[in-house]
Ligand binder design. Structure first.
Ligand code: DAH
Length: 337
């Protein structure tokens, strides 16, 4: 059958069509895999060479013509066209949602704590995670024989006997005091490292915030006042605080600070090991030897310092019982914050 008569034939056939089913039958008859156009196409290679491209073009034109006739018919019958016309948007498809990111719970707690101290006039200062042995220990009055200087308590860098991964954020006290004169009120958030075996309450890397204030006439009562504002802002106005005498080489006197248990309110439960109190940080009045190391006159200046673990605060605040949850990157955990 030649192309011209196919054209006339389809024109008249399509006129009589009135249902989706017969339209589909017509489509298969002409455009199906074994349809009339396919037959025409397979015959092309056997044509004389000069006719092949002409006939190929005609078959192609005819195919487009049939497609647009079918399309028109679908419209006039009120049928949806099987293939969306280019540019058409199928509003029935599910949309592409954009998941919003959020800050890690440790970052949130760190930001919250920094904001509390910034409101009290503290500036945020950061220091390097690779620190000198001097800033991490000697400058802070930590003697050579102190256990924290041992290789199993600190990561020393290979072939660098004077460099290490800082084991606390306290060395930034030395850096900040060396580069500025009092009055100073500084907090230092950051990562610290200790070669501890990982378990529910230990990690070889964790986060601390160090804080200190130095000026003429800074007293222990200033430390108490600042820490009380901090603890109440984080854990609620109703909590109680207590200072327990302790020892740190870089403070004298030194104290560990407890808050009344936020679970049992002081009665004694499994979280506070029946004590009714939870330890939240270490603190004290900066040791005169630290001032000497940075060139401050210890007769003129006094100051307080404190250090706390972010993971511990976050675990208490949110009732989290395993530190590893912070670092496993499990969205089921992270999405809750
Ligand atoms: N640097 C101590 C630690 O990592 C924490 C600390 C305790 C910091 C008492 C202080 C402080 O500034 O006064 O265990």
């Amino acid at each position: 059958m030649d192309i011209e008569s196919l054209k006339t034939q389809i024109d008249s056939e399509i006129q009589n069509i009135s249902s989706a089913q017969s339209l589909e039958e017509l489509r298969l008859k002409y455009l199906g895999r074994k349809g009339l156009l396919a037959q025409l196409t397979t015959s092309i290679p056997s044509l004389p060479a000069e006719q092949r491209s002409v006939v190929g073009q005609q078959v192609n034109d005819l195919k487009n013509r049939i497609l647009s006739l079918i399309n028109e018919k679908q419209k006039s019958l009120g049928l949806q066209s099987a293939k969306p016309t280019p540019g058409m948007v199928d509003i029935s498809l599910p949309g592409i949602t954009q998941d919003l990111g959020r800050l890690h719970p440790l970052t949130q707690v760190m930001d919250e704590i920094c904001t509390i101290f910034q409101r009290l006039g503290f500036s945020v200062v950061e220091g390097p995670e690779i620190e000198t042995e001097y800033n991490n220990f000697t400058g802070l009055n930590i003697p050579l024989e102190h256990p924290s200087r041992e290789a199993f308590d600190t990561f020393y860098l290979k072939d660098q006997d004077k460099l290490l991964l800082r084991s606390h954020t306290s060395p930034v006290q030395i850096r900040a005091m060396q580069s500025a004169r009092p009055p100073l009120a500084v907090i230092v958030p950051g990562r610290v490292y200790r070669p501890d075996a990982v378990d529910a309450s230990h990690s070889f890397m964790f986060h601390q915030i160090e804080g200190f204030m130095v000026d003429e006439g800074i007293k222990f009562s200033d430390l108490k006042g600042v820490l009380e504002i901090f603890a109440k802002a984080v854990f609620g106005q109703e909590i109680k605080m207590r200072f327990r005498p302790h020892f740190f080489p870089f403070t004298e006197p030194s104290a560990e600070v407890d808050i009344s248990c936020i679970i049992c309110k002081g009665k004694g439960c499994s979280v506070c090991a029946r004590k009714g109190w939870l330890e939240i940080l270490g603190s004290g009045m900066i040791h005169p030897n630290v001032f000497k190391h940075v060139g401050y006159d210890p007769k003129k200046y006094t100051g307080f310092a404190f250090g706390l673990g972010i993971e511990r605060i976050a675990m208490l605040k949110y009732g989290i019982n395993d530190i590893r949850l912070f670092f496993e990157n499990d969205l089921r955990f992270l999405e809750q914050f």
